[in-house]
Design a protein around this ligand. Structure first.
Ligand SMILES: Cc1cc2nc3c(=O)[nH]c(=O)nc-3n(C[C@H](O)[C@H](O)[C@H](O)COP(=O)(O)OP(=O)(O)OC[C@H]3O[C@@H](n4cnc5c(N)ncnc54)[C@H](O)[C@@H]3O)c2cc1C
Length: 426
């Protein structure tokens, strides 16, 4: 498949019989990153997004060096410069006593050790930066209000059906990439039972302007600009600055006691929000005060894919949450979406293998990487939500183990380069 063969003029038609173009379903983090990475390799890309606008969906994101090194190469990190924040440390504290347990340096240390910055930003700022960059590229077409509904593949091409307003469009391409998130229609179209499952936990998200933080909470925060995680029995709270440091973003994760594993029940934000605050009743006063200051707290039920699945058919590939939605305990969902996108563009654009062999190699390498990240997330959940003697043992370990040992434990994750420049890889 040669990028030079692409006929740009055919893009003006509503039916695009362009067998060379790559079609992407979903202009989220994965889809937009893939469009940019493919554009750099000279491919014609058409990306369909079902929403009318890419608005303020989601909340804060931590982006570790394994993701920011790729955003930098795509020209996106520079666009995030003014809205993102580069914290100095990740701090773990006990949610009940407020005691400081671990201070993991990032900031300049992350740049030196892992070759790229560790930043925090609002998801909407990242998506806008990706979209602005995509709109500057002549070989990317972003079409909003366009839901991918069906596809049909033959040996050489794939035909994709799109609902655009009240019209049905058909577009032909070399590949369809389902980057359509945790509720992926592309994935369930192949098997209706292969969908995300509810974990029984809810992430409550809110943000508070720095000048409105309760004094009791501010006193709990270590000096400087940091990502802070407070641990507690069955729950944890994360805080970090977003929006150039003017707001503090909060994510509190707790079990969904009201609905158990039923996720299809209505959430009454006021009533449920009170229940959620009660979950933290025995926590430090500063934390209870800040939970009351956050208004509104938006519930975000946590889903995960039962099985990580990248390739569904010869000409149909999944990336991001559509392939492997995971819990946020390792703060890596968006980072993995970005890595997937880079690795897929590399596989398609390598030109030295047949497409199906390249895709199979891509799927295999990414499945291993995702499995390791999911394991780290499960470990973090155990550590953050520990109670009783396990929590006591955790605190002793966090206080006494040399910080360098913890830092080393992140080398495989944050030092990773999806370009394949990793020790022991091709
Ligand atoms: C509480 C919480 C905290 C998190 N914190 C972090 C963090 O700190 N760091 C991190 O890296 N990750 C974090 N994540 C994970 C991260 O938000 C997701 O993994 C990431 O946004 C997934 O990106 P995506 O592009 O795969 O999916 P999405 O961002 O969901 O994008 C999918 C897009 O596809 C569109 N779409 C859907 N169906 C169709 C269709 N049929 N046709 C066309 N378009 C369609 C949707 O409208 C959407 O725009 C967190 C998640 C949660 C829940």
């Amino acid at each position: 498949m040669s990028a030079a063969l692409i006929d740009l003029n055919s893009e003006r038609t509503r039916r695009t019989p362009n067998p060379e173009q790559i079609i992407i379903a979903g202009a989220g983090i994965a889809g937009l990153t893939l469009a940019l990475a493919l554009s750099d390799k000279g491919f014609q890309v058409r990306i369909f997004e079902k929403s009318a606008t890419l608005a303020e969906i989601g909340a804060g994101l931590q982006l570790s060096p394994n993701a920011t090194r790729l955003l930098d190469r795509l020209g996106v990190l520079e666009r995030l410069k003014y809205s993102s924040v580069e914290p100095q440390a990740i701090c773990l504290q006990d949610g009940t006593s407020g005691e400081k347990l671990l201070h993991l340096p990032i900031g300049d240390h992350a740049r030196e050790r892992w070759g790229a910055p560790y930043i925090v930003c609002h998801r909407a700022d990242l998506q806008n930066a990706l979209l602005t960059e995509a709109r500057n590229r002549s070989n990317i077409i972003v079409q909003l209000q366009s839901a991918v509904t069906h596809h049909k593949a033959d040996a050489e091409t794939i035909l994709v059906r799109v609902q655009y307003h009240d019209r049905i469009e058909e577009h032909q391409g070399a590949l369809l990439v389902g980057a359509d998130g945790v509720w992926s229609n592309t994935r369930t179209a192949m098997s209706d039972t292969d969908r995300a499952r509810y974990t029984g936990s809810i992430a409550w998200r809110s943000s508070v302007a720095v000048e409105e933080l309760p004094a009791s909470f501010s006193a709990l925060m270590p000096p400087g600009i940091n990502v802070i995680a407070w641990t507690g029995a069955n729950a944890h709270l994360i805080a970090y600055p977003i929006r150039s440091g003017q707001m503090i973003n909060f994510v509190a994760v707790a079990p969904d006691r009201q609905n158990g594993r039923r996720w299809d029940m209505q959430v009454n934000p006021e009533g449920v929000s009170q229940n959620f605050i009660r979950e933290f009743a025995s926590w430090h006063q500063g934390i209870r005060d800040v939970l009351r200051a956050g208004r509104p707290w938006t519930p975000w039920r946590l889903f995960e894919m039962k099985k990580c699945r990248f390739q569904l058919e010869k000409r149909l590939v999944l990336i991001g949450d559509a392939a492997h939605a995971m819990t946020p305990f390792a703060a890596q969902g968006a980072a993995m979406a970005i890595e997937d996108a880079w690795a897929l563009a590399r596989a398609i654009g390598s030109g030295n293998r047949r497409l199906d062999a390249s895709l199979a190699a891509f799927a295999s390498a990414r499945t291993h990487r995702i499995a390791a990240v999911v394991r780290r997330g499960a470990l973090n959940q155990l550590a953050y939500h520990a109670k009783g003697p396990v929590a006591v043992a955790r605190n002793i370990l966090l206080r006494n183990r040399p910080v360098e040992k913890f830092v080393q434990g992140f080398d495989w994750l944050y030092g990773y380069d999806a370009e394949g420049r990793n020790p022991g890889e091709n």
